[in-house]
Design a protein. Structure first.
Length: 379
């Protein structure tokens, strides 16, 4: 059955309304989402070849530089609601195909309708957490702690396209159980660059679950979920780019790199062999460095100076520690485990966090570092 003739659907302003859920249509425009899902148009073989070539490009860099790597194809919302569409006679098939399969590509199949916002085309925090948890387990990390969610009222991108001002409760990750909240520093070039092409974001959180530097290359499915990444990883660097930038990862020395794209973007895959140099974003009339706060410039300068540079070590390196984050393991620490100023700073921060809910743990942690500040060296 055609979408336009289906009595259960309303189509307006390129948005399909089905019950209380909204979906991006894109008929004869952009990525042709529903036309692809319905089989009315097909992916060009060239785009599949480009996807595979980009993967080969990314994997070769990961192997050379020695970081963990995975590419995520985020399933489009209509596919997650596939059974709901079947119930009204609309058969949808994924855009992602056998030709896109690769050991380093994840197309998650455990995403449920409740993991998507009703009036937005993006995943809730719960959906992204499922994906990140799966990726980390494949890399050998333990299961993520229990998520603690917060909610705020925001108009979804699809609701905005309909011209409405209704607000939907948007779920975000407030924290992971046992980890401090609101201790994240945020730096960006966004204020000095028009549009979103070329944007760079850097999040620093020494109290995150893992003392790991994560570098992200991708679209809004990453960008909308910074609330998750900055709680899990101590350093998160994001580039709005579809594939790995070779020179960037050489400088940044990441532990993990993730690339990703929304499923509908398989319609047109940018070719890594035809890439415009990244720095060109910053020598165009779209860029005004005077709009970027001095604190952001200083932080990004330290970041790109390298992990061993004095600038980076003074600004960030002294705050990073490999001590455990969960309360049980923290309670088992001894003075012998404390080796650097970063360890001391971290324990003080965790003691401050636990002071109200677990005063006994807080007192124990502070007793460990009492008097140590004067002789511990930075490791």
């Amino acid at each position: 059955m055609q979408l336009e003739n289906n009595p259960h659907l309303t189509i307006k302003n390129n948005v399909i309304t089905f019950g209380d859920a909204l979906f991006l249509q894109q008929k004869d425009r952009a990525q042709h989402q529903f036309q692809l899902l319905l089989g009315e148009v097909a992916l060009k073989p060239k785009m599949v070849d480009t996807f595979q070539r980009n993967m080969a490009h990314n994997i070769s860099i990961a192997e050379r530089e020695g970081f963990d790597y995975k590419h995520i194809v985020f399933p489009c919302k209509p596919i997650v609601f596939r059974e709901k569409f079947q119930s009204i006679g609309v058969e949808l098939n994924p855009i992602f195909s056998d030709q896109h399969h690769h050991p380093q590509v994840l197309y998650p199949t455990n995403i449920l309708p409740e993991d998507y916002f009703l009036e937005d085309s993006h995943l809730k925090a719960s959906g992204t957490l499922k994906i990140i948890g799966q990726v980390l387990e494949e890399f050998g990390y333990p299961k993520l702690p229990k998520p603690l969610y917060g909610y705020h009222d925001v108009a979804g991108d699809l609701r905005k396209m309909l011209g409405g001002d209704c607000l939907e409760k948007k779920q975000y990750l407030k924290s992971l159980d046992g980890l401090p909240q609101n201790r994240v520093q945020h730096f960006s070039t966004a204020s000095g660059l028009e549009g979103n092409t070329g944007h760079l974001y850097f999040f620093f959180n020494p109290y995150a679950l893992y003392n790991v530097r994560l570098v992200l290359f991708g679209d809004s499915f990453f960008q909308r979920r910074f609330d998750i990444f900055k709680r899990v990883f101590s350093e998160v660097v994001y580039f709005r780019n579809p594939y790995i930038l070779d020179d960037v990862v050489k400088v940044l020395e990441p532990d993990i790199v993730l690339t990703g794209n929304a499923e509908r973007y398989l319609w047109h895959v940018p070719d890594c062999d035809n890439a415009k140099p990244w720095f060109m974003n910053y020598i165009s009339n779209r860029y005004d460095s005077k709009k970027i706060p001095e604190s952001d410039i200083k932080a990004l300068t330290a970041l790109f100076s390298g992990k061993s540079s004095r600038e980076y070590r003074n600004m960030f390196g002294k705050k990073l520690t490999d001590l455990p984050r969960d309360i049980e393991k923290l309670s088992m620490l001894s003075e012998n485990d404390i080796k650097t100023n970063a360890d001391i700073s971290f324990i003080k921060g965790m003691a401050d966090y636990y002071e109200k809910e677990h005063p006994g743990v807080a007192y124990y942690l502070m007793s460990l570092v009492k008097g140590l500040d004067s002789y511990k060296s930075v490791g």
